[in-house]
Design a protein around this ligand. Structure first.
Ligand code: S3P
Length: 170
């Protein structure tokens, strides 16, 4: 089979990158790579404990190393961590090896999903307004992705089929 670019899913925590990526990869019969999971395997710690024990800067370094490693794959669906695409090197390689899809939701939807989440160290101590500001700031960069999928009015299968259609016709 001719090697094809990867699909990279980007967007905020809680936007469904992992669950959509997993189903999408099955439908396309290609690999699924979840970067958060690869980071956890590499460090033998979960993301919350990496933040707690070593801090965010350390996490970002590992995130960069692991993301750059897996973005070199082909024929895969890759779900980046919410901060991955914000990193210039990760973004640059994503453009080269992948077709990027931003899973875009209303701010309010994301805030409701992640506010007070214990599994998400980055937002654990943030107010609803602070999370909303973070989404607004990041959206300026997510906006640079190849395709923006407005997920709000779609169900999961519709989101997946939309990405699949674009990918297969690319
Ligand atoms: C982060 C998102 C998380 C994880 C880490 C930091 C972020 O990934 O990488 O907690 O900066 O937005 P998900 O987007 O997969 O939850």
């Amino acid at each position: 089979m001719k090697s094809k670019k990867n699909i990279v899913l980007i967007g905020m925590m809680g936007s469904g990158k992992s669950s959509i990526g997993k189903i999408l990869s099955k439908k396309l019969n290609i690999n699924f790579i979840d970067i958060d999971q690869k980071i956890e395997e590499n460090e033998d710690l979960n993301i919350s404990d990496i933040f707690k024990e070593y801090g965010e800067n350390y996490f970002r370094k590992v995130e960069e190393k692991i993301s750059l490693q897996y973005l070199k794959s082909d024929n895969s669906v890759i779900s980046l961590g919410g901060g991955g695409f914000i990193n210039r090197s990760i973004r640059k390689l994503s453009f080269k090896t992948c077709i990027s899809f931003w899973l875009n939701w209303k701010n309010e939807t994301i805030v409701n999903r992640i506010y007070k989440s214990k599994k998400r160290p980055l937002v654990m101590r943030l107010s609803r307004d602070q999370i909303s500001n973070l989404i607004r700031e990041r959206s300026k960069i997510y906006e640079l992705s190849d395709y923006k999928i407005n997920c709000e009015k779609l169900d999961k299968i519709q989101i997946i089929n939309k990405i699949k259609y674009i990918y297969e016709n690319n």
